[in-house]
Design a protein around this ligand. Structure first.
Ligand SMILES: [Zn+2]
Length: 337
């Protein structure tokens, strides 16, 4: 079998897991339909199917104009919009809150949808709000976007480097207890190190790349990648052209695979996955114009000599491992309580 046929076959068989998209922002009044194949944007149900996606994390992103006072209100509006759009897809999509939900979705060939929050402004200064979001099915949270909040400083505060606050430490501990995946994408460096020193269990960077290949504060330095891997964590490759290459015209599928190669060489292929940031990025790499193009990643990785098992890890098994482990721990703790 030639590599094109091998890639198509492998892509159909593996679970493809994308750890970050901002699609909810496109689904508003006057926006796109999740159910119809769009001419614009990157993600909808038909294109998720064409791309062979099995698990999709949908972020509830709080636009800066809602911060800080209206963060929770905005997240609730987006939660309502997103869960409505996903429910309209009927049996095609299952919103997953437990490990059993993930297993059922995979077994039945449904797209597993996971809800996450991007920006801890959603909970203000209240652990009660964190628990309420968990009750609404939110199973992962990025602690900051680029700004400072009550939890920590974000990547845009790279001169302040304020780190994790006292409240932030409580949030990390409560997310560990509840079994919510902690996402360090968008944290400033000091916050990153504070979270790693505080959290039990694996931590993810859902949509961040390699700083050694593209020097941007949203990407991770090699020492950070090594530390993240030591937690058992995974980082998802962001498709934004400007996080892949200082010259976005040079961003393509091969450049994305250069970032995968760097991480695989540094810490092993067990710690890299996909976090496209689709519908949140203005410039996509050549060959990855929307989610329907994901099979190109499989083909490019096979051409580079990755084994089928390694490609399966990068496409989804690694993130599945972390989400199952973190959720499973929370579910066990809740059973004991
Ligand atoms: Zn982001």
């Amino acid at each position: 079998m030639d590599v094109v046929a091998r890639a198509a076959d492998l892509h159909r068989r593996v679970v493809v897991f994308d750890a970050h998209v901002d699609t909810v922002l496109e689904l508003g009044p006057g926006g796109r339909s999740f159910l119809e194949r769009g001419e614009h944007g990157h993600v909808d149900l038909p294109r998720l199917r064409e791309g062979g996606v099995g698990v999709q994390v949908f972020a509830l992103f709080i636009e800066p104009r809602y911060k800080p006072e209206r963060g929770l209100q905005r997240v609730l509006e987006l939660w309502d919009r997103l869960t409505g759009a996903l429910a309209a897809a009927g049996e095609a999509v299952r919103v997953c809150r437990t490990v059993a939900d993930l297993d059922a979705a995979t077994a039945e060939g449904q797209i597993a949808a996971i809800l996450s929050v991007e920006g801890g402004e959603a909970i203000g200064t209240e652990l009660a709000a964190l628990r309420a979001l968990h009750a609404l099915g939110v199973r992962a949270m990025g602690l900051t976007w680029n700004e400072r909040n009550a939890i920590a400083d974000g990547a845009g505060e790279d001169r302040a480097q304020g780190g994790l606050t006292g409240f932030g430490r409580e949030v990390v501990a409560e997310m560990n207890r509840l079994g919510m995946v902690i996402d360090v994408s968008h944290l400033c460096e000091r916050s990153f190190w504070d979270v790693l020193a505080t959290s039990r269990g694996p931590v993810i960077a859902s949509h961040s790349n390699v700083r050694a290949l593209c020097d941007h504060p949203r990407n991770l330095r090699d020492a950070q990648i090594v530390a993240l891997a030591r937690t058992g964590g995974v980082m998802g490759m962001n498709f934004y052209a400007r996080f892949l290459h200082a010259d976005p015209a040079k961003a393509d599928v091969e450049r994305l695979c250069d970032h995968v190669d760097h991480i695989a060489a540094l810490v092993g292929p067990e710690h890299v996955g996909l976090g496209s940031d689709f519908d949140g990025i203005g410039e996509t790499p050549r060959g990855l114009e929307d989610v329907s193009r994901l099979p190109a990643v499989t083909e490019a990785l096979l051409r580079r000599g990755y084994t089928d098992a390694q490609v399966a890890m990068v496409l989804g098994q690694n993130f599945l491992r972390v989400f199952r482990a973190v959720w499973g721990q929370g579910e066990a703790a809740l059973r004991r309580a």
